[in-house]
Design a protein around this ligand. Sequence first.
Ligand code: GLA
Length: 735
Amino acid sequence: MNKKRLTTLVVSCIAALGLQAENVNISTKTTSLVVDATKGNDLKFMYYGAKLSDKDIVTHCETGGWKGQWNYYSTYPAYGVNCDQEYALSVVHANGDMALELRLEEVEKQGDVTIFKMKDKVQPFYVNVCYRTRPESEVIETWTEIFHQEKKPVRLTRFYSGSLPIRRGDVWVSHLYGSWANEGQLCEEPLNAGMIVIENKDGVRNSHTSHGEVMISLDGKARENSGDVIGAAICYTGNYKLSINTHDDEYHQLFAGINEEASEYYLAKGEVFKTPVLALTFSREGLSGASRNFHKWGRKYMLAHGDKVRDILLNSWEGVYFDINEQGMDQMMSDIASMGGELFVMDDGWFGDKYPRKTDNSSLGDWVVDRKKLPNGVPGLVKAATKHGIKFGIWIEPEMTNSVSELYEQHPDWVVKTPGRDLEMGRGGTQLVLDLSNPKVQDFAFSIVDNLMKENPDLYYIKWDANMNIRNHGSQYLSMDRQSHLLIDYHKGFIKLCERIRAKYPDLIIQDCASGGGRANWGYMPYFDEFWVSDNTDALQRVYMQWGTSYFFPAITMASHISAAPNHQTFRTIPLKYRIDVAMSGRLGMEIQPKNMTDEEKTLCRKAIADYKTIRPIVQLGNIYRLQSPYDKKGVASLMYVDDTKDKAAFYWWKTETFVNQHLPRVKMAGLDASKYYRIHEFNRIDNNPLAFEGKTFSGEYLMANGLDIPYTHDVDYNKKNAWSSRVLYLEAVK
Ligand code: GLA
């Protein structure tokens, strides 16, 4: 047996052996990713999937590894030779040469990062292919660092973060699509010949129309709690592209990274172009298993304050829209405090001096309080919140201005616009995007947060909005020969800004909102605590949107609010009980005018908030098991969260349609300890009588094999009957 191969098993062993080894195993607790790292060769994929033993790695690689019909798969295929193959990187060298032949020079281990240092065979052009594992995570992160020593800038024409071959078979992909007010819709399709491209071109936000994440089921149409699934998430704040190519070989090939369209990048000598992280995970426990991997990794290593439960808040938007005034804010604060809430957030409409913000057509950029509406300013409101025993938060939209604003009057050169061309306006017919590639604009945006915080050290929460895309490509800051840098440099500027804010205000809670769910991507989450899932608060549509979003994001990130009926987006009237039961499956909040609620409704909310506090750690920090998909159209949707000890769980069941004599499936639970006994308690009960299983105990085994028979309707007085039905059950293990 080849001695070299025997010495190539784990990264630690490689370090000990002076890195002469060929195969490098980058492993997590349950998965292995193996590459052939022979010096002087391209870096090749040998394996990614369930954990391999050392012995199996040797045999697997000796017997061919992941060789397709024609070739091994490069971990970072570059354009230039084998030009008929799909590629991750393409460049035009300083002298016009368009080829790349990357060869491994050395392997370096820096903490938990393994760096494969590659150099072009001919040009002084370098790529570091990086993989990172984290101690308590089943996610492997990969990215590249691209640099050169050529005489003049090198033009990067494609620069994905990474690629992955996936063995053909009955392979399916699940991804999210949608639009404003309909985000996170699930699409599942088999991988057939050709290419699937999922991309974003908004420029500012990146998750309305598509999501930068996919689940790939390796053994047939994906199931929730069984089957092999690979998950991939491109962690980026700007335009991305994710493609899966199925050509004439044995493997599909996944690519993901920054969308290169309209973004040719001139890389200067010595400058390092770092591609965003592509996060990969593998699970043998179906889609929910892959979701749990993303959720755990995300909470621990990506999300701001991922280990702290979130406050229950009231946001003013749907309650009063732009009609902000001191008395109204005080009343809302008093109401949310009386229902057990912990935080009040004043939304849009509080600012503007020369141009007071009355509607959406002016004032963005003029972040001074409108004294007519709020004579005591923001400090007055923070004080009032303290008086009510709650915290205070505020809405801002730092990346934007309106043509009707003092800011625009002073700095017309700060907006995104092609030099020499007319303005393209957005929301309200006047909205404009500020050019964050310009350091002065970054400073200005920083000062918005900084000034608010200096004036109000107790300001607890910021809702950071972004309600426009890049419509007219162009920067008045970048030189004409670097206009193609705008889409990338905007986000470099954005990240710099976020890093600055986080460095100075590490404890601030910040929601990322972008016309609803336009910024649900892990690229944002190191700087933000949560995102607004959608401007659509209709509970039924939320069941679908939150289901899809939960594929990649944990409940702690998903702001989910109880709103009014009829709903302001769909005009559907859904009873409060159902609205509560849906909102309680995410990060619970309210988006309503409490003044218009009856005492009975307030009591129901008060109880729900108290009960949510009991299950909040399970929902926000626990493990998701999706049970019955609304997309299966079985008339019901159901999921549950189980805590790490498997002692406590929260079970949700929502009827999604109603017919007489319909037959709904009995939903089997998952994730419990088969040998433990759980007592069942219903939250938010509106029925006249308790459920048959109220207070009863069942073994985890029984609940996972059989589930519980949930009544299709509520046992309420005749005049209270309606088409809606939902349940939230709390399960607690009995000793
Ligand atoms: C966006 C947000 C809303 C609200 C409004 C305010 O649409 O998604 O939640 O904050 O802006 O103008």
